[in-house]
Design a protein around this ligand. Structure first.
Ligand SMILES: [Zn+2]
Ligand SMILES: [Zn+2]
Length: 139
């Protein structure tokens, strides 16, 4: 708790109980959750929580660069606690979003064709290794 409170205070964000719990959840769950998933996981532990609070909190976190927003599934907005910038893989079969540890030629580039690069998010899509294995077992 104290760790997350400090992160919020350091950024100049008022450390309310709900905000601390949401930040803690994002740090401990790297599943790139949606607002619904965050709300579903926390509403029992944080009875005062509403979906609007989750939305608003994520908006604030986004403003202060505490969370990244992913639109990799095209139909949902997914959130993650910002650690190191990384690319993402979306499995079209099971819907999982995984962090992808690929060497990216642009990762180190600060400038491309005269544009200053501040963030790079690569979206990779396909079938994950687990789903591929399941497929082999079926056939
Ligand atoms: Zn899969
Ligand atoms: Zn990620």
């Amino acid at each position: 708790m104290e760790k997350y409170k400090q992160i919020l205070v350091d950024r100049g964000i008022k450390p309310t109980y709900q905000r601390i719990k949401i930040l803690e959840y994002l740090d401990k769950n790297h599943s790139h959750p949606t607002v619904d998933m965050i709300y579903g996981a926390l509403y029992k532990k944080v009875p005062t929580l509403s979906k609007t609070t989750v939305y608003n909190t994520l908006d604030i976190f986004r403003e202060y660069d505490l969370v990244d927003v992913l639109t990799i599934t095209e139909s949902e907005i997914r959130y993650e606690y910002v650690l190191q910038p990384h690319h993402h893989f979306f499995c079209k079969r099971c819907g999982k979003i995984l962090d992808l540890d690929v060497n990216c030629v642009y990762q180190e580039a600060m400038c491309v064709e005269g544009h200053k690069i501040e963030a790079i998010h690569g979206y990779f899509k396909g079938i994950c290794s687990e789903c591929l294995l399941k497929n082999e077992n079926v056939s």
